[in-house]
Write a protein that binds this ligand. Structure first.
Ligand code: FAD
Ligand code: UDP
Length: 368
C-alpha cells in the first residue's frame, strides 16, 4: 500500500512548497485538501477580470532573498507596495505610523516635533515594561494614536480587550519618522501578476493532488499510503481536541461586484478603526494589480470568534491558548511519522514568507 514517500495534508502555501521541493528531490508525494480548490488561504479567483483574494488580502513581503527568488522562479510578481489608509469617524490617516500620520494627528511637520510629542505621551503613560498590546502600543506611539487608530480596531479584530492580547501583534507594524507609507520594512514586496492560485498551481505541477478530501474522513487509509505525513491542518483537530479547543478568529467576507464603478475607494485597503463600523476593513481588489477595468470588486471583512465549522483564520496567541498549544505541541513532537507545519498546525500568526521559509528548512532537514 505504501506507494508514496510523503502524504501532504493541505495545499496551502506551506504544504504546496514542501510537496514541490520533495518531489523535485525525487520523493513521491500525494497531496490532499478538504477544500474544492488548491492554495489554502492565498487562493485567488477572477471576478469581472479582477483577481479577488477570496480569503482576505495577501501581500507578499520578505527580506529573505532565497524566499523571494524561490517564489519568483514560478511566477512574476508586480511592484505593489501596501499602504493602507485608516478611516476614523470620517477622518483619514496614513498607515503605518509615520510622519504623514503624525502630521494628520498633531499638525507636526518635522521628525523632531513628532518625536517630542510621542516622548511626552510615553512619559505621561509611564510604561517601562509593556506587558500587553495596549501598553506596547502606548509606549511605542503614545495615547492619541492608540485611541484613534489601534484600540477599537484591535478589539473589533480580536474580540478581546487590548490589555488581554500579546504585545507582539502590534510590533508587526512599523513606526517611522519619515514620510513613507510602506506598511512593511522588508526588502522585497509584491503580488503575483496572475494571482496566487497560479503560484500554487506551479508549485504543485506534476504532483498528485486530491481535492474535496478530508484526511480525517479516512485517516487509517491515508496513514497507510505514505511513509511519512506532513500535516498542515489544525493541531487540536489532529489530536481529537483531547485537551479542548484552541481558539481562532474567523472572518466573514461580504464581497460585492460594483458594475460601472471603476474606483470605489482609491486604495486597495481602507481600515475602519472605530468601534461602530461593524467591519474592520474594505479591500478593493483591483488596486492590488493596478487594474483599469470599468467595474470593481470590494470585500468588507467582519471579524468574529471561531466556532466548529467556520474557517480558522487567525490563531489567538493569548495566554490560555499558548498554554493549551504547548500541550498539543508535546504530543506532536512525539509523533514519529508526522511533521506538523504551517499556520494551523503550529498555531502561529505566520505570514506567507515565513511559511515558505519554514518549508525550505523543513525539506532540507527531511532530505538529510
Ligand atoms: P493554509 O493556507 O490555512 O492551508 C492549510 C490547508 O490545509 C487548507 O487548504 C485546508 O483546507 C487544508 N486542510 C486543513 N485540514 C485538512 C484536513 N483535515 N484534510 C485535508 N485538508 C486540510 N500573509 C502575508 O504574508 N501577507 C498578507 O498580506 C497576509 N494577509 C492575510 C490576511 C488574512 C485575512 C489571513 C487569514 C492571513 C493572511 N496572511 C498574510 C497569512 C497567510 O494566509 C498564511 O501565512 C498562509 O496562507 C499560511 O499557509 P498554510 O499553508 O500554513 O495554511
Ligand atoms: N492594527 C490596528 N489598527 C490598524 C491596523 C492594525 O490596531 O489600522 C493592529 C491590530 O491589532 C492588528 C495588528 O495591528 O491585528 C496587526 O495588523 P496587520 O495589518 O498586520 O493585521 P492582518 O493583516 O494580519 O490582519
Amino acid at each position: 500500500m505504501l506507494k508514496n514517500d510523503f502524504l501532504v495534508v493541505g495545499t496551502g502555501l506551506f504544504g504546496a512548497t514542501v510537496a514541490c521541493l520533495l518531489s523535485r528531490n525525487g520523493k513521491q508525494c500525494l497531496v490532499i485538501d478538504k477544500r474544492s480548490h488548491i492554495g489554502g488561504n492565498v487562493y485567488t479567483e477572477s471576478m469581472n477580470g479582477i483577481d479577488v483574494h477570496k480569503y482576505g488580502a495577501h501581500i507578499f513581503h520578505t527580506s529573505n532573498k532565497q524566499v523571494w527568488d524561490f517564489v519568483n522562479s514560478f511566477v512574476e510578481f508586480n511592484r505593489y507596495t501596501n499602504s493602507p489608509v485608516a478611516n476614523y469617524k470620517g477622518k483619514l490617516y496614513n498607515l503605518p505610523f509615520n510622519m504623514n500620520t503624525f502630521y494628520q494627528m498633531w499638525g507636526v511637520t518635522t521628525p523632531e516635533q513628532a518625536a517630542t510629542k510621542i516622548e511626552e505621551q510615553r512619559k505621561e503613560a509611564g510604561i517601562t515594561h509593556p506587558r500587553n498590546l495596549e501598553e506596547q502600543a502606548i509606549s511605542l506611539i503614545g495615547k492619541d494614536i492608540y485611541y484613534t487608530l489601534i484600540k477599537e480596531y484591535t478589539e473589533k479584530q480580536w474580540g478581546r480587550k487590548a490589555t488581554e492580547l500579546p504585545a507582539f501583534i502590534i510590533r508587526r507594524l512599523p513606526v517611522r519618522y519619515t514620510f513613507d507609507n510602506n506598511y512593511f520594512n522588508d526588502k522585497y514586496q509584491g503580488i503575483p501578476v496572475d494571482g496566487y492560485t497560479k503560484l500554487v498551481e506551479k508549485l504543485l505541477a506534476g504532483i498528485e493532488v486530491k481535492l474535496n478530501t478530508d484526511y480525517f474522513e479516512d485517516k487509517d487509509y491515508f496513514d497507510s499510503v505514505a511513509d511519512r505525513i506532513i500535516y498542515t491542518g489544525e493541531i487540536d483537530r489532529y489530536f481529537d481536541y483531547c485537551f479542548g479547543h484552541l481558539e481562532y478568529r474567523t472572518v466573514r467576507f461580504e464581497t460585492e461586484v460594483l458594475e460601472g464603478v471603476s474606483n470605489f475607494q482609491g486604495n486597495a485597503v481602507v481600515n475602519y478603526t472605530d468601534a461602530e463600523t461593524p467591519y474592520t476593513r474594505i479591500i478593493e481588489h483591483k488596486h492590488f494589480g493596478f487594474g483599469n477595468q470599468s467595474d470593481t470588486v470590494i470585500s468588507k471583512e467582519f471579524s468574529k470568534e471561531w466556532k466548529p465549522g467556520d474557517e480558522p483564520y487567525y490563531p489567538v496567541n493569548d495566554e490560555r491558548n499558548s498554554l493549551l498549544y504547548a500541550k498539543y505541541k508535546a504530543l506532536a513532537d512525539a509523533q514519529e511519522r508526522v511533521v506538523f507545519g504551517g499556520r494551523l498546525a503550529e498555531y502561529k500568526y505566520y505570514d506567507m514568507h515565513q511559511v515558505v521559509e519554514n518549508a525550505l528548512y523543513l525539506v532540507d532537514s527531511l532530505l538529510k
